[in-house]
Write a protein that binds this ligand. Structure first.
Ligand SMILES: [Zn+2]
Length: 133
């Protein structure tokens, strides 16, 4: 059993509408990354996957859990355990310069009310940890 460093997942801003299809295509990306890792890192089975889900990423953890077994079936991660870790949303206000916690990607600054908040954390999803055999 080996613990591997994770890989960042990025996808275009435009496909962030939160639908079940969205989660399934993300999971397909995860599976592809695992398959590529398996070749370069020489492992044949994944027993546990930890995904970090940003609060602002429009990814539904429940939909992800639901889709995981389906997408990973017949792959090297079939029957792998999925662990989801939530990452809070953070932004820097472009008006007053303070760091604010964000519930959604459209939240205004909670200090000055400016809508110009630059998201610095929580907008994406990444593979944090893999346990492989
Ligand atoms: Zn502000």
């Amino acid at each position: 059993m080996t613990n591997l460093p994770g890989a960042d997942l990025h996808w275009p801003e435009g496909c962030m509408a939160g639908t079940a299809m969205h989660e399934l295509s993300l999971l397909e990306n995860v599976r592809e990354i695992l398959e590529n890792h398996a070749v370069s890192q020489k492992f044949s089975k994944v027993s546990q996957v930890t995904l970090e889900i940003g609060k602002l990423s429009s990814v539904e953890p429940d939909a992800l859990r639901f889709g995981f077994d389906v997408v990973m079936k017949d792959s090297l991660a079939e029957n792998a355990e999925l662990i989801i870790s939530d990452i809070a949303g953070l932004g820097i206000c472009q008006q007053c310069g303070l760091e604010v916690e964000l519930e959604t990607s459209h939240d205004p600054c909670s200090y000055c009310g400016s809508p110009r908040v630059k998201i610095v954390q929580g907008a994406d999803m990444k593979i944090k940890d893999l346990i492989v055999i």
